[in-house]
Design a protein around this ligand. Structure first.
Ligand SMILES: [Zn+2]
Ligand SMILES: [Zn+2]
Ligand SMILES: [Zn+2]
Length: 383
């Protein structure tokens, strides 16, 4: 019996008690009471879930990489496996951008976590409290590295809850919210780069991460993740500020470079139609009342907007049906219809377009309902 933790199931409890929790149990309360972040706990958990001998066996291979300004090439594997610790070890840490202050801060935290592990008797040898052996310092170095890489690579683990009040999301009323209940490190998902117009939706089934596409993806396309800010709800400067502060990079995604409007700034009857010439990247911005024949700025050839206007008319049938299914809570069939609609939208138009955003939003809601839900969650919708 332990008063510091709650497990979601007896399976998780059994696994924890055989592994990491046996190590962490005596020190968890201290860690929580000191207000440690979830990344602190994860940095320790990467260690505590494995036996000391696992890391000790890797010491000769990894110890050089723990030195400051290590110039050695990283170890590349033929097959990238999510459960291979080496892939965790080499995740991005932006070490070249770190200041002395930052390094001191993380070093102090790793010393603290190392001391907790020591107090929890993680090490299979007894050493006096004041003495730091090389073996312990090596584990401390790993913890420091974990803290740094978790800063940029950890993901939230979430579940659906009912919102007390109705909120407006991209012009759609919603009564549900996907809230964070924890965090985890998923070394494959961690490789995905960010876009303010992401290609995927992610949700959790227990602690597993499910990733599904939210737009048509062709072979060879880059699949983008999202680190928080989205072009439809936040203006470009706000997004840039958030990404710079939290992830230390300047976003060069298409919505940021082309300064796409937010959902509220868009015109309902403006269409963005791709040039009909194959391989031509040009996109026309037109209103339905404009001249239907347009000359491309790039390839100088003519495009008619009439096939697009005609093709999009099918949506007048599909989308109301999808909405009806959605309103009844038949989310699987609603999602199928919305996906059909999305395919048609992408065939004839290009984002930013309010209809694409609304349909993607509905698909996202259908998808996340496949994931974790709070024990008292009920699907309630207002169409
Ligand atoms: Zn315990
Ligand atoms: Zn961006
Ligand atoms: Zn063209």
């Amino acid at each position: 019996m332990c008063a510091s933790v709650v497990f979601c199931s007896t399976i998780c409890e059994r696994l924890a008690n055989k592994g990491f929790h046996r190590v962490e149990c005596p020190v968890l309360e201290v860690l929580f009471r000191n207000g440690a972040s979830v990344n602190c706990l994860l940095a320790m958990r990467i260690v505590s879930q494995r036996h000391y001998s696992f890391f000790n066996d890797k010491k000769n291979k990894l110890k050089d990489y723990l030195k400051d300004n290590c110039k050695k090439n990283i170890i590349k594997k033929q097959n990238y496996r999510f459960d291979d610790y080496d892939n965790v070890f080499f995740l991005c840490r932006n070490e070249h951008l770190r200041s002395k202050d930052d390094l001191t801060h993380y070093a102090c935290m790793s010393i603290y976590l190392l001391r907790l592990l020591k107090a929890a008797k993680y090490f299979p040898f007894e050493v006096e409290d004041e003495v730091l052996t090389n073996d312990e310092a090596y584990i401390g170095g790993l913890i420091l590295r974990h803290l740094q890489l978790l800063q940029f690579n950890a993901h939230e683990i979430s579940e659906l809850i009912n919102n007390k009040k109705v909120v407006l999301e991209v012009g759609i009323q919603a009564r549900y919210e996907n809230v964070t209940i924890g965090a985890g490190l998923y070394p494959t998902l961690a490789l995905f780069n960010h876009s303010c117009d992401p290609s995927i939706v992610r949700y959790n089934i227990k602690n597993k991460m499910v990733v599904r596409t939210i737009k048509p993806v062709k072979s060879g396309d880059i699949i983008y993740e999202n680190y928080g800010p989205l072009y439809m709800t936040q203006p470009v400067q706000e997004r840039q500020d958030i990404l710079k502060k939290n992830y230390w990079f300047e976003c060069l995604c298409i919505p940021c470079v082309e300064i796409w409007p937010t959902f509220n700034e868009m015109h309902e009857n403006e269409l963005r139609i791709p040039c009909a010439t194959e391989q031509c990247p040009f996109v026309f911005s037109v209103r339905t009342e404009d001249d239907p024949f347009l000359t491309c700025d790039y390839c100088k050839k003519m495009t008619s907007i009439l096939p697009a206007v005609k093709g999009l008319m099918v949506l007048d049938e599909i989308l109301p049906e999808a909405e009806e299914l959605f309103g009844k809570g038949d989310l699987d069939n609603a999602m199928r219809k919305f996906l059909q609609g999305l395919e048609i939208l992408y065939k004839y138009t290009r984002p930013p377009h309010p209809e694409i955003i609304k349909v993607q939003h509905r698909i996202r809601v259908c998808m996340i309902h496949k994931g974790n839900k709070s024990y008292d969650y009920k699907f309630l919708d207002i169409v």
